[in-house]
Design a protein around this ligand. Sequence first.
Ligand code: NAG
Ligand code: NAG
Ligand code: NAG
Ligand code: NAG
Ligand code: NAG
Ligand code: NAG
Ligand code: NAG
Length: 309
Amino acid sequence: MSRLVHEQGRNLMLFAAVFFLLECVRWYSVSVEGNVTVANKNQSELEASPFNCSGQEETNEGTVLFNQDVRIIHTVGIPRTGSTFQRTLLGLIANLRGSDQARNISLLKHHPPLKLSLGPSKMLFTTVNSSNTDLKQEGFSWSGGMVAYTQRYAEFTSCPLCEISRYQVIFNLTRDEEFQLRQYMRYWSILRQCCGSQMSKFMRAQIVGCSFALDFNVEGRIDYHMCGAMNLSAVEDSLTRTVLYSRFPKSHLTDNAAEARLKWAQKGDCKKSHDNVRAGLGFNLQKFDKHAFCNKLQRNVQVDFGHLH
Ligand SMILES: *[C@@H]1O[C@H](CO)[C@@H](O)[C@H](O)[C@H]1NC(C)=O
Ligand SMILES: *[C@@H]1O[C@H](CO)[C@@H](O)[C@H](O)[C@H]1NC(C)=O
Ligand SMILES: *[C@@H]1O[C@H](CO)[C@@H](O)[C@H](O)[C@H]1NC(C)=O
Ligand SMILES: *[C@@H]1O[C@H](CO)[C@@H](O)[C@H](O)[C@H]1NC(C)=O
Ligand SMILES: *[C@@H]1O[C@H](CO)[C@@H](O)[C@H](O)[C@H]1NC(C)=O
Ligand SMILES: *[C@@H]1O[C@H](CO)[C@@H](O)[C@H](O)[C@H]1NC(C)=O
Ligand SMILES: *[C@@H]1O[C@H](CO)[C@@H](O)[C@H](O)[C@H]1NC(C)=O
């Protein structure tokens, strides 16, 4: 008897599991097959959906699409997962699509904890270590829509410029736009890593003259950017002559003047930031002791064979 109940219970659970699985698949395939010209599909349907397919990370990559109702693009990131890269890229895209349609599209960048309510006029992008669960753990929650695209750290670091093609479908980027975005982001990435007060710590080590800064243990790292071997004013020239820099000179490079002091924002900032390091101003322009910095970084290099930033 108890065995029968047990069996029935198990069958019921199996049925429920299959039912929910099918519902999720159905819901997803509806989204995928639907008319992709209509972005953010049907928000009310989405909110009303009783089926929480969070196994799918509440992400609907390739099916949440930009449309003419979108006024706000949110980007929410775990710090140090390439959130500035995504912000810069989306800033350019917002300018492109905004100028197409002669309207302003706001780009808002956030870090958790945070609560967002989406809707037909909003899109959400995220950057995470490995999944959106990371963001939930840090206190980010949202309702009323799906994440349009999630940038994952391992994929991002292995090929930052490859990220750009993932935005093609979402924003209906033309081939020219995609190439122009890569043209811009290629040089921007170098300046992000090598200049401004958030430059790579290895560049800082080289400027300061840490004894181990030029050593196979450093130069052999995956996350080493060989900033010292590049003519960075030539890279600044290259960025400023790109198509998109000419169209949107200071497009979302920084959110405000305070941030513009910390990050590369215009030609000449590379030299300024390197001079700052020589003058003892480190990460985010905080005063630092060169000797202690070198010692600490050297210890980290010895123990750390993974990514430092
Ligand atoms: C999608 O919608 C557009 C505009 O409403 C329409 O022209 C097109 O035929 C639709 N495509 C499909 C596959 O339903
Ligand atoms: C995508 O853009 C092209 C022009 O580049 C346009 O012809 C096409 O209709 C657009 N598609 C959608 C789905 O908006
Ligand atoms: C969205 O879905 C709701 C509920 O299923 C439906 O009542 C409404 O007509 C749909 N709206 C559109 C634009 O398809
Ligand atoms: C979906 O389920 C997960 C855990 O099962 C929960 O944390 C999350 O809040 C749910 N999301 C919604 C939109 O109900
Ligand atoms: C966009 O915003 C700028 C500055 O806030 C404003 O001057 C301009 O009129 C806006 N353009 C449109 C089309 O709303
Ligand atoms: C994400 O990665 C950062 C940097 O490696 C780490 O400090 C943080 O704890 C990670 N967060 C989660 C939720 O895994
Ligand atoms: C670096 O590039 C700049 C700008 O193109 C150029 O003027 C300068 O001579 C170059 N410096 C060196 C050391 O080649």
